[in-house]
Write a protein that binds this ligand. Structure first.
Ligand SMILES: Nc1ncnc2c1ncn2[C@@H]1O[C@H](COP(=O)(O)OP(=O)(O)O)[C@@H](O)[C@H]1O
Ligand SMILES: [Mg+2]
Length: 321
């Protein structure tokens, strides 16, 4: 029996789930789209496919491969050249700002060496459930589900990942059951190591956002991170300047501990969008410790994050068009 005839034997409800069907020497292989189905529904689908196709003339074996890839989900990598520049803070607050505008967004904390999203988003200590061999992201009260190595290891335990293990860990987090999330923001470790390479090879991001402080040295490191994305064919959606200018809470005088404007200038030189700046603010640091992202509140910081989120989505739309 040929492939077309076999496909037509299936009821419409099953046909809609079939991505491909190949038949060779009595062996039929079906790739089924199981997006949005739970474990029981998946089992039923597999059994039904095997029943119908297995009963067809000349079929000795039916193999069913299930995929839940939703091609509409886009990954945005948030990277920096070095640590401590506010990558995790930015990732969390961008996600919260996007969720406030109704986007379905999840966070992968890929900084497996120093995971910080569970703390920033206050869902520390919760364990992700698993369904089949897929992890289910941990919800947070800000409407943004998160998966982090911090959810999988015991708090306070150091991890000494070697290259391939780091890649596998990342795979588990990205390849989880992200449900209806249309966007995944990935908080990368600093620099250009194994996690970044696995990311580029296996889950090519639709774009990358680069965060840096205005300092020259941070900018040189940021340039290296950008080169890696560019070499991997990942468009840089733009650059963000963090810790840009400090307003004294007492006298309101503005000073520039790390300078100001350096990132905008660097973006300009590369003809990349400058997505915006975030001031150095006590409230931002303390919000990271208390697990209350400023983007969920009101005021200047919330507005900064909302504006950057909007600029980032605009840059993403331009890439897609
Ligand atoms: N704009 C800011 N103002 C004040 N503190 C900040 C700001 N951005 C980040 N921080 C703080 O700096 C530290 C490092 O930020 P983090 O986001 O963890 O950086 P990274 O992920 O790049 O290592 C954290 O304690 C965080 O709260
Ligand atoms: Mg971090």
């Amino acid at each position: 029996m040929d492939e077309k005839t076999l496909f037509e034997k299936l009821p419409a409800s099953l046909q809609g789930r079939v991505q491909s069907l190949t038949a060779r020497d009595g062996r039929v292989t079906v790739v089924a789209d199981v997006a949005g189905m739970d474990a029981i529904a998946r089992e039923q689908l597999e059994a039904a496919l095997k029943d119908v196709l297995g009963a067809a003339e000349g079929v000795a074996e039916v193999r069913v491969a299930m995929v839940a890839e939703r091609t509409t989900r886009q990954i945005i990598a948030v990277g920096s050249g070095k640590g401590g520049v506010g990558k995790s803070t930015l990732t969390a607050n961008l996600a919260v700002a996007l969720a406030r505008t109704g986007r379905k967004v999840g966070i992968v904390d890929a900084d497996i060496y120093g995971p910080s999203q569970p703390k920033i988003l206050r869902n520390e200590g919760k364990r992700p459930q698993a369904e089949g061999n897929k992890l289910i992201p941990v919800p947070s009260e800000w409407g943004v589900p998160v998966l982090s190595m911090g959810h999988l290891i015991e708090p306070g335990k150091a991890i000494a990942w070697r290259g391939p293990m780091a890649g596998n860990a990342l795979r588990q987090l990205v390849d989880a059951d992200w449900g209806e999330a249309e966007l995944l923001l990935v908080d990368l470790p600093p620099g250009t190591g194994d996690v970044q390479l696995t990311m580029l090879q296996n889950f090519k991001p639709a774009g990358a956002v680069i965060v840096s402080t205005p300092q020259d040295l941070a900018l040189i490191d940021a340039a290296r991170a950008m080169q890696l994305f560019e070499a991997g064919g990942v468009p840089i959606l733009g650059m963000v300047e963090n810790m840009s200018g400090y307003e004294c809470p007492h006298c309101h005088e503005v000073s520039d501990p790390f300078g100001q404007g350096g990132v905008e200038a660097a973006a300009g030189e590369r003809q990349l969008p400058f997505l915006g700046r975030i001031p150095l603010a006590m409230s931002i640091r303390s919000s990271g410790d208390s697990g209350q992202p400023p983007a969920a509140g009101e005021g200047h910081e919330a507005e900064c994050f909302a504006a950057i989120a909007q600029a980032m989505m605009a840059a993403l739309d331009r890439q897609g068009s």
